[in-house]
Design a protein around this ligand. Structure first.
Ligand code: IPM
Ligand code: MN
Length: 356
């Protein structure tokens, strides 16, 4: 059966890097059909909305979605992909490829996975004036014994963790650790929270991970506070296997960890739910270089690798990953973020050449 892919470029360099990934995929002669509806900044200019009906319908009918990047225009698309489609598990593999320029000493062998909870925490943006909480929760007291009214004017943000949200992400992380263990990785889940301060919300996340891991006796488990973990990721990157954490911590730690693999130009992601999945680079829209044709499409191409894997085309996924690997190993075609002079199209062509 032909798989239906929809490519949504989004904003800034998003359309450029997604186009590159689409070109590479189209060169592979796969059983896929890729639709490229207008969306993002260009769609606002044409239709007055970043996510026209056609794009949304194709998204709803898709087997997988390739997404580019978000500036302001496409925040709505991102929200739809994450909350509308309930893609709750955001997988961010951190893997070093030989030849990629990096300031890290001895990066060979860095290969771990960040599993970021993608639906809860601070991200749904439940914010407002403190006066609202003071009015609705007059009897609430914080750890200091103060009410919301005691603080005077200000703003709040509410961070929500649900039992269901914690359970499903903990299970997802354990399943991934099990899969990795079968491939020779250590089989370890590292839970990251700030439960020393956020005893209720992070406490629930940690407790749930500790419960869920009991169903996986073959896996090792550890827990670190997020500040300590930031340090450990840099200091002991090869001790990592599967890291599971909440939404905002995962956002921050994945940018940090991306540096271990050569920077944001390299880092891919997969956002997976029970019915839908979308694939996007960890990087943003990079408005400073948008339209110049010099964006590094590697993260988008590696996101397509994750997509092929998700679609069950494991051999093709490996083939494409090997082509990217070969380009870096040779080290002749590097985009400016990697210290080279290659254009997006040069890099794309180099990957397509390696696939032949
Ligand atoms: C990411 C991005 C997004 C996030 C932004 C664009 C909202 O930084 O995918 O990591 O914070 O999740
Ligand atoms: Mn981010």
């Amino acid at each position: 059966m032909v798989k239906k892919i929809v490519a949504l470029g989004g904003d800034g360099i998003g359309p450029e890097v997604v186009d590159a990934a689409v070109q590479v995929l189209e060169s592979m002669g796969l059983d896929i059909e890729i639709q490229k509806p207008l969306c993002g900044e260009v769609a606002i200019k044409r239709f007055g909305t970043p996510f026209p009906k056609e794009a949304m319908e194709l998204t709803n009918e898709s087997d997988a979605i390739l997404f580019g990047a978000t500036e302001q225009a496409s925040v709505f698309i991102l929200a739809y992909l994450r909350w509308g489609l309930d893609t709750y598990a955001n997988l961010r593999p951190i893997k070093y490829y030989e030849g990629v320029p990096t300031p890290i000493k001895d990066p060979e062998g860095i290969d771990f996975l960040i599993v970021r909870e993608n639906s809860e925490g601070l991200y749904p943006g439940r914010e407002g004036d403190l006066s609202l909480l003071a009015e609705k929760l007059p009897d609430y007291r914080d750890r200091l014994g103060k009410s919301f009214a005691d603080y005077g004017p200000g703003k709040f943000a509410i961070r929500v963790f649900t039992n269901k949200g914690c359970q499903r992400i903990a299970k997802f992380a354990c399943e991934k650790a099990r899969e990795r263990k079968a491939k020779g990785f250590p089989g370890k889940v590292t839970c990251v929270t700030k439960s020393n301060v956020l005893r209720e919300s992070c406490g629930l996340f940690q407790k749930t991970c500790e419960e869920v891991i009991k169903n996986y006796p073959e896996l090792k488990y550890e827990h670190f506070y997020v500040d300590d973990m930031a340090r450990r990721i840099i200091r002991f990157p090869k001790d990592m296997d599967v890291i599971v954490t909440s939404n905002m911590f995962g956002d921050i730690l994945s940018d940090l960890a991306a540096e271990l693999m050569g920077g944001l130009g390299m880092a891919p992601s997969a956002c997976i739910g029970d019915k839908y999945a979308y694939f996007e680079p960890v990087h943003g829209s990079a408005p400073d270089i948008a339209g110049k044709g010099i964006a590094n499409p590697t993260a988008s191409i590696l996101s397509s690798v994750l997509m092929l894997d998700y679609l069950g085309m494991k051999d093709k996924a490996e083939e494409l990953e090997n082509a990217v690997k070969a380009v870096y190993k040779e080290g002749k075609v590097l985009t400016p973020d990697m210290g080279g002079k290659a254009k997006t199209t040069d890099f794309t062509r180099a990957v397509i050449e390696k696939l032949k």
